[in-house]
Structure formats: C-alpha cells, structure tokens
Design a protein around this ligand. Structure first.
Ligand code: NAD
Ligand code: DAU
Length: 360
C-alpha cells in the first residue's frame, strides 16, 4: 500500500451537489485537523441542506462563488493557504447538455481552466512550490465513449472518445488538467468513475427520478427500449475512493473507479418500482403500469463498464455497499426525505421537466 500524504487545507468545488456533499462530509468528519473549504455557486443542483450535519464544524467553511472567476479562486486559495483542490463542480446531466451545450463548455471547460490557472499562480508563489500540493480532477467514465455488449470494460489506458456535449466538456477539461501537469509540472490526479447512486442526488437522474415518480404516481420515462447498460456504484464508496486517491495517489496518475455492477436500465427501473411499492405499503405491481417507453436520448451511449483493477491492487480500495443494500437504503432515504425532494423539484425543475418530457 502507498504511504499517506496529509494536507492542512483542502478546497472542494461543487461540495453542495450530490457527490461533492458526500466528499465534504467525509473529509470534515474524518480529518478534524484538516480545513475543508467548499466552493459552490449553488446552481439548481447545489443544495446546502445536503451539508446540514457539518455546517457548524470548526474545520469547515462554505464559500458561495463561481469557479470560472479566476481572480476570486486565486485570492481564496492564497487567503486560505489551500494545498489541495478536489474539483467536482460541474454541469453533470447529459440530457441538459443536449438542450444547452454552451453552459457545459463554460462551467466544465472554462471553470476547470480557471481553477488550474488559480492553482498554478498560487502555488508558484509559495517557497515550497508544488511540494505537497495536489489538483484532483473528478472525471467520469463517459469520456471513454460507449462499449458494445461484448467489449472489455474501460480502464486507465482506454482512449478518450466522448459523444455527448457533457462528456466532450469533461474530456476537454481532463485534457487541460493533463496538459498543466505535462507543461508546467502541476501535480494532478484524475479519476474516472461510473454511475453513482444514493442519497442527495438531484431527481433528474434515473434512480431518484424513478423513486420520485413512483411517489407521485407519475409516468416513468424509459429511453428507447431500456436496454442501455450502466455500472452503478454507491456514492459513499466513490467518496471513499476519492479520499484514498487524494491522500495516496502519485502526481500524474489516473484511476478508474467502478462497482463491477452492470444493469440494463429497464431491469433497474423495474427493481426500483418493486422496492418503492413495497416500502410505500402498496400491493406488488401497483406502479408497474407507470413505466413508459419514450423517445431515446440523442446519441445515447449503449454501455459503460469499468475495470477497477488498478485502484483495487495499488490502493486497496473496494466497494463496501452491495447493490441490494444500497438500493434499499436509497429508496428509503428518498421516501423519508420527501420535503428535500419537494423543495428542489419546485421552480426551475418544473420547467426543465416539461421541456424534457412533454411530447416524448
Ligand atoms: P451535481 O450536479 O449534483 O453537483 C454539481 C455541483 O457543482 C452543484 O453543487 C453546483 O451548484 C456546483 N456548480 C455548478 N457550476 C458551478 C460553478 N460555476 N461554480 C461553482 N460551483 C458550481 O453533480 P454530481 O453528480 O455530484 O457530480 C459531481 C462531479 O462528479 C462532476 O464533475 C461529475 O462530472 C462527476 N461524476 C459524476 C458521476 C455521477 O454519477 N453523478 C459519476 C462520475 C463522475
Ligand atoms: O457514467 C457516469 C455518469 O453517470 C456521470 O458522469 C453523469 O454525471 C451522470 O449523470 C450519469 O450519466 P448517465 O447519463 O448515465 O445518467 P442518467 O441517470 O441520466 O441516465 C442513466 C441511464 O438511464 C441512461 O442510459 C439514460 C437512462 N434514462 C435516464 C433518464 C433521466 C432513462 O431511460 N430515462 C430517464 O428519464
């Protein structure tokens, strides 16, 4: 196993979002002597309610700011003496990227470039230079493109081949991160993870969308024939992998993270409907009729799968939450947190949902 590095101050971007909030909570609780600065613009996807359990912790600070504002990022990094950046802030939903690609270029590409420039300028000025510093880019398996049914899973040496505006923006950002390592020697690490699920995910994404629609007796839209395959990982297991990579990975390295847990969409939808009906005390099959096949997503990638051998063997990571347990926990969480769901699905989400699903 690799030896552990420590950091005095870590800046997490996008820490009010789904994965970011799990990462922030984990770091704040596990490392009381490490200061955690959460930078988030609080777009529709950011929600401070996700961080209620740590908001008063002495080692935590929230900063409401835009990552594309390089001057603000630089002065924050200087003021706080930030020595590691864990960069999660992004526009993250593929369907939205098809409706509005420009916004993805701005946040995901220019936002990442802005943070790289801020880190470079800040760390270059320090007497110790890049020693003990790390810029950690949280990326996705979608940058690798799509697999056929019998193809070997993605791994660290798979070439990038993105198809959606979302994955193209993430791939572009990753290329900038690598370029800053190769050109300026900035210490960077990148991880590419598969589909996460669990509490606090915005219900535009498949799993919380299905649970929310069962709750409301609303149509459950399945794109195409529901035969696309995704690899699902519990969000807490991704947060644990991020923690481990941040503290042990070598600068310049990349890791693929996945659950070894491939499901066809239609199978996962049926399983979620079954669990939700059961937990709501409805009779078996009560909500199955809500499942509706709708027009396919444009450019819909057929299959994602990850070979996580490197992180397992080099860093000793493995997922701890099996899918049966994780799905049950997840359905229970959304049903118990109906106010959380109702608060975030009012306003902007109503307009998005109508634009996305009316006439499909
Ligand atoms: P999310 O959409 O839930 O959260 C994104 C967060 O970024 C929000 O809190 C939002 O307010 C913030 N943000 C957006 N624009 C910003 C800006 N300009 N300045 C500051 N903050 C801004 O996203 P998520 O699903 O938690 O994904 C987090 C990261 O992980 C993303 O980079 C995504 O590409 C990557 N990722 C996600 C998954 C997944 O399954 N969700 C899998 C692999 C990788
Ligand atoms: O693979 C990692 C990626 O996983 C992350 O980088 C993205 O940020 C994250 O959003 C997720 O992307 P997907 O497009 O795979 O996730 P989504 O939940 O949107 O869709 C999962 C699958 O379900 C996909 O094949 C499309 C399908 N789907 C989705 C929705 C929202 C439906 O059939 N109906 C729907 O209403």
């Amino acid at each position: 196993m690799k030896s552990k590095r420590s950091y005095a101050t870590v800046m997490v971007t996008g820490g009010a979002g789904f994965i970011g909030s799990h990462v922030v909570k984990r770091l704040v609780k596990r490392y009381p002597s490490m200061r955690v600065i959460n930078v988030d613009l609080l777009t529709y996807a950011g929600n401070l309610a996700n961080l209620a359990s740590i908001e008063d912790a002495p080692n935590y600070r929230f900063v409401h700011a835009d990552i594309t504002d390089t001057a603000a990022m630089r002065s924050l990094m200087e003021e706080e003496g930030v020595d590691a950046v864990v960069h999660l802030a992004a526009e993250s939903h593929v369907d939205r990227s098809i409706l509005d690609p420009d916004c993805f270029a701005r946040t995901n590409v220019m936002g990442t470039l802005s943070l790289l420039n801020a880190a470079l300028a800040t760390w270059n000025k320090r007497p110790e230079g890049f020693e003990g510093k790390m810029f950690y880019q949280i990326s996705t398996d979608e940058v690798f493109g799509a697999l056929g049914a019998g193809d070997a899973p993605f791994c660290e040496s798979t070439p990038y081949n993105p198809h959606s505006p979302y994955s193209a923006s993430k791939a572009s950002a990753d290329h900038f991160v690598r370029a800053y390592h190769d050109t300026y020697g900035l210490p960077v690490v990148i991880s590419n993870c598969s589909n996460n699920y669990g509490p606090n995910q915005f219900p535009e994404k498949l799993i919380p969308l299905v649970i929310n629609n069962v709750r409301h007796g609303r149509t459950i839209p399945v794109y195409g024939q529901g035969l696309n395959v995704r690899d699902w990982l519990y969000v807490g297991d991704h947060a644990a992998a991020i923690d481990l990579i941040l503290h042990t990975a070598e600068p310049g390295s990349t890791y693929c993270i996945g659950g070894d847990n491939e499901w066809r969409n239609i199978d996962i939808v049926k399983e979620l409907v079954r669990i939700a009906d059961q937990k709501l005390g409805r009779k078996a099959g009560a909500s199955e009729g809500l499942i509706t096949y709708v027009a396919d997503r444009k450019g819909h990638d057929l299959r994602y799968a990850i070979d996580a051998t490197r992180i397992r063997t080099e860093l000793g990571w493995r997922p701890e939450v099996d899918f049966t347990t994780g799905l049950a926990l997840t359905v229970e969480w959304y049903l118990a947190n109906d106010k959380w769901l109702d608060d975030i699905t009012s306003g902007e989400y109503v307009r998005y949902y109508e634009r996305m699903y009316s006439g499909r």
